[in-house]
Design a protein around this ligand. Sequence first.
Ligand SMILES: *Cc1c(COP(=O)(O)O)cnc(C)c1O
Length: 473
Amino acid sequence: MSERLRQLPPIHQLQQSDEFALFLKAHSVSFEKGSEILKESVAHIRDGVLNGTWEGPFPDEAGFLESIYKQASLIHQRKYSLSLQRIINASGTILHTNLGRARMGHEVLQHVVMAAGSYTNLEYNLEKGSRGSRHEHAERFICEITGAEAAMVVNNNAAAVFLILSALAKDKEVIVSRSELVEIGGSFRVSSIMEESGAKLVEVGTTNKTHLHDYHDSITEETSMIMKVHQSNFFIKGFTSSVGTDMLSRLANDHERIIYYEDLGSGALYDFSRHGIGKEPLVKNVMDKGADLVSFSGDKLLGGPQAGIIAGKRELIDRLKKHQLARVLRVDKMTLAALEMTMIHYLKGEVEKIPSIYGIIRTLDEIKCQSQSFIGELKQADVSYQLELSEGVSQVGGGTMPDVELPTFMVTIKHPHLTEHELHEKLRLHEPAVMSRIHENRLILDLRAVTNEEQEELLKVLCEIDLESKHQR
Ligand SMILES: *Cc1c(COP(=O)(O)O)cnc(C)c1O
């Protein structure tokens, strides 16, 4: 083995070769960077030969030089390829948590690009010519839409909950119903975040039933807050009972020092129930019923960027803005830009420009038409797929509206030489990647969250996979 390794060409010799010059040119890297990669490549091969994992030609065999550059290209690719990749979401889940929840529309993106690439009045008051506050940008719109006196924006809703508890309930008692001690996305637990914040959790009621007197009887001198948490990602059926916003806010109001706070989770600004979809409370209604504070995510049902929005009484919001954590949890200008443009869409009543909302409220007819034209185009492309259209359901996702099933049309797609799992994998590993869904041993494409441009790409991807499978046979 060591004899074979002695045949490894020294780096300085490789650096002088024409192959190396070609490598530098092909990958447009400098001599120094290229040399680093070259050394890594040779070291990788040396280690592989020593521990028996190297599968390429040995240093004394034909084709060895080529394999050095092949390996170097792989290293180069790994080093400089971006990690975030685009995905065409044909899974039928609109706010897919693993796929980054909400995507944003064209006008929002334009505004984000402006904010990212320019200087802005992020913390400058142009009228007065003096220092301004970044809190002002989205606040006006949030207040207008929710009816709140004041608002602020933090990094996400988990941060909002943490800030509110830390700033307003540290070392004090917070009353929460046992049925609302939820865990969201495997990393956010109401009980843990409360402990972390220094607030003392007082659990009341049972898993299925909590009554007003349960809250009432738990109020002590130490109580600073009654908190209601939206049961975002689950629902309980059967004999259940919970206390509504109006009653809880009245109970809190009877005690001057007690704040009534609702963690709304997804926080709908648009009334989906007018399309017969879900029973999600509107943020505005919760404010109207007397909540002192609410918080919700920017990228769930709202359809904007990742953010946590806090709205409520001015006096409380002012205290939150002055807290040290506000700086720790603050958002950047791109988030604020995305959020304010999304809010403008709400204010103008053009919610169909918000892709997640559009995805949720699209009609069955529209999806049927889209799926039929997709099937038609694919059939014309002379490919070996078998296609079938059938009714099914899509999901809202993102831990929101778990009991809502959106009727949809699904395209079942079969390939004569690929199992559903093989096709699923090929779609996933393609560029752009495609998320499909396996349902009852069939591969399903749900075009609900697929745009027209993406649909054209999806057709191309399917043609390429078909061609590949022909070559491989
Ligand atoms: C989703 C959710 C959170 C966490 O919000 P993020 O924006 O994901 O941080 C907190 N509370 C509830 C009730 C939720 O549904």
